[in-house]
Design a protein around this ligand. Structure first.
Ligand SMILES: [Zn+2]
Length: 93
């Protein structure tokens, strides 16, 4: 069973792999900076509310990256990457 650190390392690897060849949709730059540090307590979350209720009902943990040239931000939900990362450790077991 992989540790949380190993899963987070794999998530970072998968995201880097997925981003190969990706260009900023604004300026076409290819270098990005990851804003949400995996393993940190400071993370960006999408907060879901029910209409008329100010109490959050669900959080979607995000991984944000910013274009190193123009600052345009792209965001990815962590969960699909986490599922892929966990599955990668199950191969061959
Ligand atoms: Zn850009």
């Amino acid at each position: 069973m992989p540790t949380e650190f190993e899963i987070e390392e794999k998530i970072a690897d998968l995201l880097q792999s997925d981003l190969q060849g990706f260009q900023c949709p604004v300026c076409r730059h290819r270098e990005f900076v990851q804003l949400d540090e995996l393993g940190s307590h400071l993370r960006t979350n999408l907060i879901h509310y029910e209409e008329g209720d100010l109490i959050p009902k669900q959080l979607t943990r995000l991984i944000s990256i910013a274009c190193a040239n123009c600052g345009h931000i792209e965001q990815f939900a962590e969960e699909p990457l986490r599922r892929r990362a966990k599955a990668s450790f199950e191969v061959g077991t």
